[in-house]
Design a protein around this ligand. Structure first.
Ligand code: ISJ
Length: 280
């Protein structure tokens, strides 16, 4: 029987997925986070890089690979709240239907501040939604990265990725991963590679993923050049964006994940991870 994978193929997973060669007997489909979350939970795929919050919510039936994640310490650049008033004054926020993780993170960050604006699902570009009745817009992934750069860019000799302002064109951009870092001092884990406990991946697939990741990270400049062209962004932006991710679910990432789990899903089942290479 074929083993079925579901990949969220945003640019941030390009260093793992672009050069992945699926072993015989493994097939793959792609989609946005909410589609892949649903596909895994419905049993339509056997493994997927899903929103970490769904892994936490379904910790009774899911297990995660022990050494794969999409995490960051500090800003992520592609999970953004675009807003036209200070956070404290926001009344109506448009959420993206693509994401489970960023919505759960936004809810935690608002609750920590004692804020309760109206949250509604609405698609479209942040700038358009901000001029049609919303004072905040949550966006993720490649389009959020592009919109962030349109608002706060361009980079110059003096303005680097770490010194760009957080506003432009009358819009402020709050990077949710950076806000999480200010609140907790921990990394934030957006995605883990989860599978149903009764359908663990064949070892050849996990090994192929490790090989692909090593290749991607070893050739990050090439990956960035290719994706900068696809995204229509400067190479400098995409190289920094990719370099900034933590792809190995290391101890600090797990700490951040546990802390998020305690805040967002208080009564979750214990999180389970497969064996690390060389363990057991
Ligand atoms: C950081 C990102 O990570 C993604 C965001 C997800 C979500 O918001 O549910 C899910 C998987 C991640 O790969 C992003 O795409 O901007």
């Amino acid at each position: 029987m074929t083993y079925r994978a579901g990949w969220i193929h945003f640019t941030n997973v390009a260093p793992i997925l672009d050069s992945l060669e699926l072993p015989p007997g493994v097939s793959a489909i792609t989609g946005v986070p909410t589609q892949m979350n649903a596909a895994l939970l419905a049993g339509e795929v056997d493994i997927a890089n899903i929103s970490a919050v769904e892994f936490i919510r379904h910790a009774d039936i899911l297990e995660a690979l022990p050494d794969f994640s999409v995490s960051v310490l500090g800003p992520v650049y592609s999970v953004n709240l675009f807003h036209t008033r200070p956070l404290e004054d926001l009344r109506r926020i448009a959420l993206t239907a693509q994401s489970a993780m960023s919505v759960a993170l936004l809810e935690v960050l608002l609750r920590e501040r004692g804020l309760s604006p109206t949250l509604e699902r609405a698609e479209g570009e942040a700038e358009e939604l901000l001029s049609s009745g919303y004072d905040g817009v949550l966006r993720i992934g490649d389009s959020a990265l592009r919109e962030w750069y349109r608002v706060v860019g361009p980079l110059t000799a003096e303005r680097t990725m770490t010194t760009l302002p957080d506003s432009g064109r009358g819009i402020t951009v709050t990077d949710l991963a950076e806000d999480w870092f200010r609140l907790t001092g921990h990394p934030f884990t957006f995605a883990v590679w989860a599978y149903r406990k009764d359908r663990p991946p064949p070892p050849e697939l996990v090994q192929a993923m490790r090989v692909a990741r090593r290749h991607g990270i070893g050739h990050l400049a090439d990956v960035a050049t290719r994706h900068a062209a696809l995204l229509g962004l400067p190479e400098r932006v995409v190289q920094h964006y990719l370099w900034n991710f933590r792809y190995h679910l290391e101890a600090p990432d797990r700490l951040g994940l546990q802390e998020f789990a305690a805040k967002a899903v208080p009564h979750h089942a214990p999180l389970s991870f497969g064996q690390r290479p060389g363990e057991g």
